[in-house]
Structure formats: C-alpha cells, structure tokens
Design a binder for this molecule. Structure first.
Ligand code: 5GP
Length: 194
C-alpha cells in the first residue's frame, strides 16, 4: 500500500480548526480532506459525505466491530467521531496527501500510528478568547451560565496539556498571521522529500 503524507489538525473545539482546514484545502490542491463518520446530527449548511458521513450510533458501533476505523473517540458524551481506514487509503491511492480535523486524543493516536509520514499541528487560543466565544453559542443565541463556562475552560486547559505531544503548536490569536504560518509549515512538510 502506497503511503502519502498526513496532516493532522487538532486542538480544542473553537480554536479555528475548521477555518484553517478549509483555508489549507483552498491553497493546496494536493491535499484532500478525510471525511469522518459522526453520530451527531447535521448542522445548517453541512452536507453528508462532504463535511461528515452522518450515521446512526448502531451503524457506528457495527463499524467499530468490523475494524473499519483507524481511530475513533466519544468526543462528547454519546457522540462518536471516527476516521475510516478506507477513506485514508482512498486518498493515498489517488496520490494526494491527507488533511484531518480531529480531537486531541484522535490526533495523538494518529501520530502514533504514522510517526514518520505525518505532521501533527495543535491549534490553541488563549483562555480569554475562548471565554468570549463560549459566552455566546453560535447561531442559537443561548447563553452559557458561569458553571458551564468553567467546565469548558477546564477542558480547554486539560487539552492544552497535550500540546507537547504534537509536532507543531500554533497559538491562533490573529487569524491572518496563523494562516500565513500554517501555509509555510504545511508547504515545507509537503515539499520535503523524506
Ligand atoms: P464538530 O461536531 O464541531 O464538527 O466536531 C467536534 C470535534 O470532533 C472536533 O474537535 C473535531 O476535530 C472532532 N472530530 C471530527 N472528526 C473526528 C474524527 O474522525 N475523530 C476524532 N477523534 N475526532 C474528530
């Protein structure tokens, strides 16, 4: 099986992974997004097979049993997310490199499985920025209470402890700067012959 390269984008939710991932895909035609399976419901504007494969929990469990995932996590209680083995091989077969947007545990897991041909990037934001973002849930206009904010901040802090396990850590304060940095890093990685 021919192996291409793998770029793993991880970090707590709300750090800008989706924005950076879309940006990278628009810059590098040789990159292909690995569409994950999820059991969460589809959001506005999302498309099945493009953003995720939206499947039932039963189907997800059956895929776990059939070893169809290269990694999977219960990212939120009772909400499962997983990277399909087939998806990865399909992309490499088409001579492209893979871009993944996965949670912190998934990122560490993938790096362990593909230590030599992967680049793992950990995106971080500072806590104040997170706090502001968490005060207002996108689209719904519903506010978190103080306890809920504290739970989320605690989770971000815990996840930031894993930063050292990634190849690159990027503090996303200014989006333009982060985009410039990430393009440079990914470009070096893709063009490197090793
Ligand atoms: P969302 O529901 O906001 O799209 O994603 C929630 C979290 O799940 C994000 O941190 C995202 O990176 C992560 N995620 C998406 N797909 C996968 C996957 O296949 N595996 C793992 N481990 N995490 C994923």
């Amino acid at each position: 099986m021919k192996k291409g390269k793998m770029i793993i984008l991880s970090g707590s939710s709300g750090t800008g992974k989706t924005t950076i991932s879309h940006f990278l895909l628009s810059i590098f035609p040789e990159l292909k997004f690995s569409v994950s399976c999820t059991t969460r419901s589809m959001r506005n504007k999302e498309k099945n097979g493009i953003d995720y494969y939206f499947i039932s929990t039963n189907t997800f469990i059956s895929k776990i049993k059939k070893h169809q995932f290269i990694e999977w996590e219960e990212v939120y209680p009772k909400l499962f997310y997983g990277t399909l083995r087939n998806e990865i091989f399909k992309i490499w077969k088409s001579n492209q490199h893979i871009l993944l947007d996965v949670d912190v545990k998934g990122g560490i897991n993938l790096k362990k499985q593909y230590p030599n041909n992967s680049l793992s990037i950990f995106l971080m934001v500072d806590s104040i920025q997170i706090l502001k973002k968490r005060l207002f849930i996108r689209n719904s206009g519903r506010y978190f209470n103080e306890n809920q904010i504290n739970i989320r901040l605690k989770r971000v802090k815990e996840e930031n402890n894993y930063a050292k396990l990634f190849d690159v850590v990027l503090l996303n304060i200014d989006l333009v700067q982060t985009k410039n940095k990430v393009v440079q890093i990914v470009s070096n990685f893709i063009t490197n012959k090793n």
